[in-house]
Design a protein around this ligand. Structure first.
Ligand SMILES: Nc1nc2c(ncn2[C@@H]2O[C@H](COP(=O)(O)OP(=O)(O)O)[C@@H](O)[C@H]2O)c(=O)[nH]1
Ligand SMILES: [Mg+2]
Length: 371
């Protein structure tokens, strides 16, 4: 029997907490090979949540735990529960779940099934076929949730992951142990994003299952996407290798220009030759910055020789983008017309829609591969 611990963070959830815990423990009848237990982390609710859980503990002394903490936000609450679980309960997997019945306890066996089939991290996804957000949510909340998920998805360029902020997940304990240092500084929705981002970078095996998010029937929402917009954006800026790769590209452009200027005006090197030199300086600069910053989780290892081989491949990819630009531009000029400044629009479009995806994909496939 493997232990699955459902962690319920609560703040004023007295309305349904008893029924929720009972429904979760009832799932034990549906699953073979799993022993489902519940850990409630109540952050100083001002209603009877903790009292109700204590009362219920008498009925389930072995499978119900209560942790009582100060109110420091959802991320802290999860972090405290994880540390407690690792020290005192040692489950095989932790299931994260909201305590307001937004997440259906009957879905728990589906998560465990995915875990049993090898997944390290299972996401309950509202934005895939079969999943949904509540139809009675106000238009603002719907738009915010959809847009936030899209921005995160494209910001990280992880198009195969459709859900970043939902709090219904199953995560193997080894991954949680590993992630504690990374996630401890994030709260609210940012915590959910940081946890998933960490798992991806660790090479965890991910799975999604459709989730129908139900609107809470009791009490009111305590966290709002809007409150976290700024933190979500800064998290992406600081942690997305795709965004960093774009920044490096722009810096490379500046390096290329500056060196071309220096070589031509200060060193009096012929213009074409000066541009070849400056391009190579920029390529080298980009290579280093990508290696030690954008793709630092997949840094090149294996000594000087593998560094050199990768640098040569990097040069070929860069050469490829020059050729793409040259061919693309001449085709665009031929087919879409050669107006006064139309080449600028063509160039920007070619870079945005062809060169960027081309380089990003090739870097990930050949130079900074997942370990
Ligand atoms: N322990 C703890 N739980 C919290 C805190 N803030 C929210 N929660 C719980 O986190 C879950 C999700 O919060 P909720 O307000 O429903 O967020 P929403 O579903 O995004 O509107 C619920 O079970 C809340 O009781 C907190 O500061 N501490
Ligand atoms: Mg809720």
């Amino acid at each position: 029997m493997k232990k699955a611990l459902v962690v319920l963070p609560t703040y004023n959830e007295a309305g349904f907490i008893k029924k929720l815990i009972e429904d979760i423990l009832l799932q034990n009848e549906k699953v073979k090979n799993w022993e489902i237990e519940v850990l409630v982390n109540d952050s100083a609710s001002t209603d009877d949540t903790a009292k109700i859980v204590k009362e219920l503990h008498k009925k389930y002394p072995k499978n119900l735990y209560l942790l009582e903490t100060k109110k420091e936000g959802l991320g802290r609450a999860y972090h405290q529960a994880f540390v407690y679980a690792i020290e005192h309960i040692q489950p095989f997997v932790i299931i994260q779940m909201d305590a307001d019945f937004s997440h259906n306890p009957n879905d728990i066996p589906l998560f465990l099934d995915k875990i049993a089939r090898g997944a390290d991290f299972v996401v309950g996804a509202r934005y895939i076929k079969g999943g949904s957000i509540p139809s009675n949510w106000g238009i603002h909340r719907k738009i915010l949730s959809v847009i936030a998920n899209l921005i995160i998805r494209f910001g990280f360029m992880k198009l195969n992951i459709h859900e970043w902020t939902n709090g219904f997940r199953a995560i193997k304990i080894w991954l949680i142990k590993d992630s504690l240092d990374h996630i401890k500084n994030y709260s609210g929705y940012v915590f959910q994003i940081a946890m998933l981002d960490y798992a991806i970078k660790k090479g965890a095996m991910l799975a999604e299952i459709p989730n129908n998010f139900i609107d809470r029937k009791y009490g009111k929402s305590k966290i709002f996407v809007s409150q976290y917009i700024f933190q979500i954006l800064s998290y992406i800026l600081l942690n997305s290798s795709f965004i960093k790769f774009i920044v490096v590209g722009l810096l490379g452009f500046a390096v290329d220009f500056s060196f071309a200027y220096l070589f031509i005006n200060k060193s009096h090197i012929a213009k074409v030759r000066a541009n070849i030199y400056s391009a190579e300086v920029a390529i080298f600069f980009n290579f280093l910055l990508n290696n030690f910053w954008s793709f630092k989780d997949k840094k090149i290892t294996g000594g000087f020789f593998s560094f050199l081989t990768k640098f040569i491949s990097f040069n070929f990819v860069s050469l490829g983008s020059i050729i793409i630009q040259a061919v693309g531009l001449s085709l665009a000029l031929k087919f879409f017309g050669d107006g006064a400044n139309s080449w600028i629009i063509y160039k920007v479009a070619i870079i945005a829609f062809i060169v960027i995806p081309y380089s990003y994909i090739l870097y990930n496939k050949f130079i900074w591969k997942k370990k």
